[in-house]
Design a protein around this ligand. Sequence first.
Ligand SMILES: Cc1ncc(COP(=O)(O)O)c(C=O)c1O
Length: 374
Amino acid sequence: MFEIYDKKIADLKENFHFRSIKNFERKEGKYIYVAGKKLLNLSSNNYLNFADSEEITKEFLEYAGDKYTFGSASARLLTGTLPIYKELEDLICKLYNSEGTLLFNSGYHANVGINSSLADSSDVIFSDKLNHASIIDGMQLAKGKFFRYAHNDMESLERLLKRERGNYRNAIIVSESVFSMDGDIADLKTLVELKKKYNCILVLDEAHAFGVFGEKGLGVSEKLEIISEVDLLVGTFGKAIGSMGAFVTGKRVLIDYLINKARSFIFSTALPPVNIAFTKWIIEKKLPYTYEKRMRMIDLGKKMGSESHIVPYIVGENDKTVELSEILFQNGYFTLPIRPPTVPVGTSRLRLSLTADITEEDLTKLNEILKGEK
Ligand SMILES: Cc1ncc(COP(=O)(O)O)c(C=O)c1O
């Protein structure tokens, strides 16, 4: 019975696909300690360094005292909703000037909840080919049909819309704004045009842009001034905000629908109140003072050839990617090899994610190593 799994694991190892959990010794600002080595952490979504800052933790605990507990003990629809949840939802509504907001336990829960529930058997979803696994998992659970258009290719999307839109009652277009593995940015203006032209609902996942792009840190949609055109916008708290959880904000009717139909919302214990309070505190008290830092981080990413703070270095084969990651490790950089199924076969890569305290000088040696690889 168990030999099947042994065999599967052996196959993974043979193809350099095997994953294991690394036990880090500690984190300190932009550095991470592992196997007795201090490394520049280029594999973190802690873009503004709020997550492992002792100073931030201390300041928050001084502010919060013992007001918030560490367990909600219930799903939101049962007894899991205390005032702090509503306060955070109201804050998000105010920032986005939106009709409604719903908190989820993570971005994964949010995307699975939205994409599994919005499309009924008469409906359809059009999804970017490189959308995150949580979006794909959601669509696979949906009763409706889904089509994947070529990555950020608006002609490919329009061809599908022309061919398929008429066959369905409701249509949903879903895209990330900053793509998590490629660091490129969706053509949001055209997405908005197409959603209007073909009468679709637009769902935008700003997981890697919330807390990074825009003057207030609301995402690429803020920067492009198209927030009001997005019907449901997803933001996560586990990345730039340094906390945990996610929100969906937009049309009230869709929020009410999700409260009733998104199973990942309904059937899961709500996040701890202390965590919700921390998220709210960061967004209100810290995020407004990060604009310059954020812009410097994005500029550094652009200098490295990306459109954002996420810089992909595509190697191709799994073994070479693992090897390069090891060379960088030996030279003081922590990067993780990203392999299929996370990225398409043949595009294994190092995903260099910058955080706000990383400087150009920090990356001199890394750039030399990567140049030598070409
Ligand atoms: C684009 C995107 N959406 C959603 C998620 C999931 O968010 P969370 O980590 O909060 O579950 C991720 C996580 O990496 C992501 O990259």
